[in-house]
Design a protein around this ligand. Structure first.
Ligand code: HEC
Ligand code: HEC
Ligand code: HEC
Ligand code: HEC
Ligand code: HEC
Ligand code: HEC
Length: 413
């Protein structure tokens, strides 16, 4: 009786609490829908990634966990919109942060809406929840793993687990058999020695020294080794995603993206020869004898160019894309004659701070494209006759394959 009366009395504060809580967080709730996360990812990659990572400190702090450590979500929103204002207001958290990251101050994103920033936070939370290992690998949204790599690994894991289960079952059956045999032997007439043998103590030591145990250990080690070898074989020669650190922190995102410098300005060979060429320090100095300071790296990185130029030592860039010697690839043929964009093969270079190998660069990759791509024959008198011949035999458009693009000798000599 009394219980029933007090029920609403007990739940009322609870309901009130939830009402108040939802009211307070109204509008500042970090969304969790996939659409918000992917919108946030795009915003993050385009605006924040040059200075922030989710899990690592870069120019600015790692953003994982920022919603817990910053004063509030509101604070983050006003900070992102105008960091100098928040720092200048004497806000304790902001000044401490600024002291730590001096002299860099975060750029203001005054055009961002609250929703934009909440979406970015949604992306950061989703990435943070994934943990460091997987989150950073697909930089700028490009999946790094090559197709098919994950499947055999998953199968091998299943097979391994299956084998372990079978071994455990066998062990249990063995224990049953042993006790059954013991019971059977106990009913027989045995000499004292035989009896001792049957009831020999069953200790950890005897287990460790037993043949069965050694067999299991050897088997598990061999299986794990086998799995490692198979995994290794699958990645032989595939360098997709390779993004080595370079001697100077040159950024395509700044030069080709932000300042829209033409690729040919630096990669001078791309239209006319086999090689695209990496620019020498001379080309850099066209601009950098004036520009001595970068927003991100200050004077340190640009000073390296000046030093290389003055001492006449070549900058030792680490090569990213590299076909084996047995294959022949020509840039002019593809870019100039074929009219293919750099990005088709190299990915969104203009968004990369560090160049990353975007394509597989295997023979299958070359051939797939030659099968699918139509020849760029327009305005090329050389092809007129060939196209005429081709259209007599076939209704489909002429591809690179039809022009001998699958012949071994075109790529191997
Ligand atoms: C030019 C580099 C730069 C860019 C671009 C940048 N930040 Fe920052 N960010 C910083 C630095 C540096 C700090 C540390 C505070 C300071 O010195 O201004 C910071 C601090 C922060 C903080 C507070 C972190 C904490 O630990 O409390 C947040 C949140 C933040 N940035 C979000 C963003 C978002 C979101 C974007 C993209 C829209 C962005 N930042 C873009 C450099 C940058
Ligand atoms: C201001 C000069 C400059 C401009 C402009 C430029 N690059 Fe580069 N590029 C370089 C330098 C220097 C390197 C070597 C360092 C590195 O890998 O980051 C390089 C490396 C590369 C590589 C990797 C080479 C390798 O080692 O395999 C590719 C691919 C590339 N650039 C493509 C492009 C494309 C596509 C554009 C236009 C969207 C472009 N670059 C614009 C200077 C430039
Ligand atoms: C056509 C002009 C031009 C050429 C050529 C050029 N740069 Fe730059 N570079 C710039 C500009 C503009 C900036 C941006 C300065 C800033 O951040 O305000 C810059 C910034 C940089 C920075 C500092 C980035 C930062 O924000 O800290 C580095 C390092 C750099 N360039 C390296 C190179 C190298 C190496 C070459 C030659 C391969 C090169 N640049 C060629 C115009 C050029
Ligand atoms: C059809 C695919 C394809 C296109 C299009 C393409 N590249 Fe390449 N690029 C490659 C391959 C493959 C390599 C590796 C070549 C090698 O190792 O011999 C490479 C290598 C490079 C290199 C390293 C240095 C060198 O000369 O080997 C640079 C720089 C480069 N490309 C820039 C560019 C630029 C800039 C463009 C656009 C104007 C472009 N590439 C268009 C496939 C392509
Ligand atoms: C994005 C598509 C694409 C990729 C990837 C590609 N090619 Fe090509 N390739 C073409 C096109 C288009 C042409 C025809 C250009 C023309 O009009 O002559 C061509 C032509 C060629 C030719 C001349 C064929 C002939 O009949 O004269 C060779 C050799 C060649 N490619 C080698 C390669 C190699 C080696 C690779 C891989 C490392 C590669 N290509 C990757 C599109 C591609
Ligand atoms: C469109 C260009 C192209 C054509 C056509 C082509 N290849 Fe290749 N081939 C390549 C490239 C690029 C590589 C190097 C790729 C790698 O290392 O994965 C390669 C690698 C190879 C290798 C070495 C494989 C290895 O694991 O090192 C052999 C063997 C080979 N090709 C044979 C052939 C034969 C036979 C033909 C004719 C039926 C042929 N190729 C046609 C581009 C081509």
């Amino acid at each position: 009786m009394t219980d029933q009366q007090s029920l609403p009395a007990r739940t009322l504060p609870l309901i009130l609490f939830f009402l108040v809580a939802s009211f307070v967080s109204n509008g500042q709730e970090i969304p969790s829908e996939p659409a918000a996360i992917s919108a946030g990812e795009a915003l993050f990659n385009n605006n924040c990634r040059s200075c922030h990572r989710v899990h690592e400190k870069l120019i600015g702090p790692a953003l994982a966990g920022v919603t817990e450590r910053a004063p509030s979500v509101d604070w983050i929103i006003s900070f992102v919109k105008n960091p100098p204002a928040v720092i200048a207001s004497g806000d304790e958290y902001a000044t401490a942060l600024f002291d730590q990251y001096k002299p860099t101050m975060m750029t203001a994103f005054s055009t961002f809406s609250d929703e934009d920033i909440l979406n970015i936070l949604a992306y950061v939370q989703a990435e943070a929840a994934k943990g460091p290992a997987t989150a950073e690998a697909p930089a700028e949204g490009q999946p790094v793993s090559s197709a098919g790599e994950g499947v055999p690994a998953a199968y091998l894991n299943l097979i391994l687990i299956g084998m372990v289960i079978i071994l455990v079952l066998l062990l249990i059956i063995l224990v049953f058999l042993i006790s059954a045999v013991k019971r059977f032997l106990d009913q027989k007439d045995l000499t004292p020695e035989q009896r001792e043998l049957v009831h020999a103590p069953f200790t950890l030591g005897t287990i460790l020294r037993s043949r069965g145990f050694i067999f299991i250990v050897v088997f598990v080690v061999a299986a794990l080794g086998f799995k490692a070898v198979i995994n290794g074989l699958y990645s032989v020669g595939i360098q997709q995603g390779y993004a080595p650190a370079q001697p100077i922190a040159f950024s395509h995102k700044i030069h080709a993206g932000q300042y829209q410098i033409d690729c040919n300005y630096c990669h001078t060979g791309v239209m006319t020869s086999k090689n695209a060429n990496i620019p020498s320090a001379n080309i850099c100095m066209n601009c950098h004898n004036q520009i001595k300071q970068g927003t991100l790296t200050g004077e340190a990185e640009i000073a390296k160019i000046v030093k290389a130029y003055e001492t006449n030592t070549p900058i030792e860039w680490v090569r990213v894309h590299n076909l084996p010697d047995l294959a022949y690839f020509n840039h002019a043929q593809h870019v100039n004659v074929g009219g293919i964009e750099c990005q088709t093969c190299h990915g969104p270079i203009e968004t990369m701070d560090v160049v990353r190998q975007h394509s597989l660069l295997t023979m299958g990759w070359c051939i797939d494209c030659h099968r699918q791509t139509e020849l760029n024959t327009k305005g090329n008198a050389y092809y007129d006759r060939l196209v005429e011949l081709h259209s007599k035999q076939s209704k489909s458009n002429m591809t690179v394959m039809d022009n001998g693009g699958l012949e071994c000798s075109k790529c191997h000599y």
